[in-house]
Structures are given as C-alpha cells and as structure tokens.
Design a protein around this ligand. Sequence first.
Ligand SMILES: [Zn+2]
Length: 303
Amino acid sequence: MNKKSHPLLEDTCLPFQIEGQDIKGRIVRLGHSVNEILSSHNYPNQISKLMGEVLAFTALIGSLMKYDGILTTQMKGDGPFRVLISDFHKENKKLNGNIRGYASFDDIMKEGDSLQNMFGEDAYLAITIDQGSFMERYQGIVKLEGDTITHAAEEYFRSSEQLPTKIILACDQDEHGIWQACAIMIQHYARSAEGEYVRDETKTKEDWNNSSILLNTIKKVELLDKKLSLQNLLIRLYHEAGVRVFDHTEVTANCRCSEDKIRTVLSSLDLKELKDVSEDGTVTVTCDFCKIDHKFELSKLID
Ligand SMILES: [Zn+2]
C-alpha cells in the first residue's frame, strides 16, 4: 500500500496545549504504519484492535523521548494471551520515530473478553525507556486492570511521574479493510514550564475537570475519521478555551532486526545446535516483529 493510493491516511504525532491552562496533550493517528504491521501479522480481529491501540499508545509516549532511544511497551500475564510487545525507537537525532509490535497467544479469545480474562489475574503493563548512555534505563510496571489498557496507561503516569493523565485509544478497520489507530492524551502539569506561575487551585482543578469531561465526549469514529484533521479534531474539543498546536512528527513502521545481530547469536551456538535448527544447509530465523526470514548458510556460520 503506498501513500498515493491512500492520501488521507496519516502517521502523525501532534503535541498541543490548551490555552491558559496547565494542560498539555498529544494526539497520534496511525494509518500506513499500523495497517502495515497488523496486515503482516493477520491476527484475529480482537487482537489486531488491541495491538493497534497499544501501537498508538507506544508511539504517543515514545514521542515524548527527548533523545535517541527505545521505548518498549510490554503486556504480560499467565492467561491465554502470553505477551504483547511493541516498541518505538528514534535514532540519528531525528524527531520522527519507528514502531513495530507482535503478540503471542494460545487461544483465540472471545470477542469482548476483558483484559483480565485474556492476560490472567497477575497481568501487568511494563514500560521501559532506554535512551542509551544519555539517561539511566527506566522501567515502570503497573497492574493490568479493567476492560481496556487505558486504565493501566493512566496509572503508569500517575505512579511514575505523578501526573494526572487521561488517555483515549481507538483502533479499527475502515470500509476497505484498512487499519487505523489513534491515541489522545492530556496531562495536568503542576506548574508552568517557567515554574513561576502562581496557581489558582480552584481554577486549576476546574480546568482539569472540564478538559477531562470534554475529552470523554470524543467518539472513536471521530478519532479515526480520515476526513477530520487532527487540528480540527482538537478545535472541536477545546474551541472554548482555545488550543495551540506545536510541530508535528511522523511515525513509520520499521523493524530493528538486523542480520548482523542474528549472525552473532547463531555463531555462539555449537555445531549440533546449529545442525538441529538448519534445513538443507540453511538456518532460517524469522523475525517475530516484521515476519522477515533471515537466511544463513550453515557452512558460513561454522567458519
Ligand atoms: Zn524484524
């Protein structure tokens, strides 16, 4: 699928601020990227939808990273759904980022099954941020509760950054079977960036409540409406207070698997192990994320 044949599809992250309030937000809408990933995996619908929401969420919070790095979102439990992983990475000091993801599960879950039924009682959402030597590696873990990942996602910000946060996620196919996903978030900052703002507690609380209520009025079809631009969607929500948008960034589906890394792993195996996994003198390693087959000649691995 190329961009020309679907000109309305976008893969954009747009940060914004509600005028005169201590509230910042960002919205991510994924088209080509999420469609490429979900089409290549071809999971049952319910799992594709969940995966798409998680990809949008991962892009949303990954785009908050200041430096090059990798943000990984992992949902894990002891239920029939074993693991769902997605990551967002930025490199070469570019503002734009790349996403990928995959899921592993035993059974086809029932449509509308709760997260707890899918992932089991002790399921959790782990978010890991690795920005190389720049910053210390950070991991936040929250329990997966409720029917959607939204609750766990909001809880992550409450516990890791003490930031009141509201998130809405959506993912669905359009009438042509094209997948799209969207994530929108608002966060309540305790003080202005300058740190000199004298807060009016009552107004601040009211602002947050009003903005949260307004966010809840948005419908998933609006989040995924290709004809409704992200700017216009934000104006529709926050026209009363006014909304300021900042420079957008782009998101692309891109895997980080590399032949060199896999070759290094294979070279560390002994001859018997290599022979066991080879077929007709070739070892094939399929990437869980992008489904690409990496093929290696056994004779060259042994040298
Ligand atoms: Zn790959």
